[in-house]
Design a protein. Sequence first.
Length: 330
Amino acid sequence: MTSVFEPLIERALQGVTTRSTCTFGPIPLDLRSDVAADLEEIGTHLSPCTDPTWRPLTVVTTTTDTIPRADVPESLRPTEGRTSVAFDGDVTAYTAGHENTTWFLDASRSLAIRWIARIDDLPLWEQVNPLRAAGRWWSVQHHAAMIHCGAVGDERGAVLLVGDAGAGKSTTSLACLGSNLDVIGDDFCFVEADPAATTADVHPTYRLAKLDDRALAMLPRLRERVVGTGMRGKSLIDIGAAPLATRPVRAICHVAQEPGGSTRFEQIGRAEAIKATAPSTVIQARLVERETLAGVMTAARRAPTFRMHVADVTEVPAALDRFLDQVSDT
């Protein structure tokens, strides 16, 4: 069915002046834009999988150089505080006022069009972790969700690290940099729960992690990995450009900072793990809230759930290594 948005989509496609390819976790991306610098920036911030298995996605960024603001329907023009969704034919139009963009999403063509007046209008958090809206939308087409969590692991599998903002997910995840465990992510990961499988899988998303000054003081060896400053003055830590393997989720751990004693793991109910994960994940999942919540709940049903009491961040790599031995044998 032809959509009323088709003329705008065609103009965006015709206005492309530059093109590149890269991988966003498990997603092979065909990036196109009418601004060359946009693609250079995006590609350096995404973390690739060693074996990207999802359907390829074409993402086109178009600006007022191609489509003047006046040509975007008034109800879909991004303004501060506005979030709106419109459906026509196979196309979903999604206005994200908080990131100054309007998306035209067509799963039947594996196509995402992003309109923004100027690339410089993108907020800093979107520049650091680009294409969140497209990633979330495309993940639910693959029985997956972009979940607010960290993840570390190796060939035995992975542990998801969950909790509210400030719980210590990033600190706990990044404590494993340089150890035998791969840091799959510190803040966002794709978690896939294929109906035909019995476990969930975790895929990487972004290359740059974030630490505040207090956390960086606990992990001073990471200062050499600082490449810039993000939101609220947090240091941006380069996890590395090497592709990361998709790993089966062996456990979900709710991180709790408890100085003194030793780092330990306590089994908790799934509801408690979901409560620690769902609110901060779903509130960011505009457009696909229901599907994202379902993804969180499915992942929690497929792996045992624990609270990780972190006493000393320097103990984390060894503690998680021992814990992975334990949960991968069950």
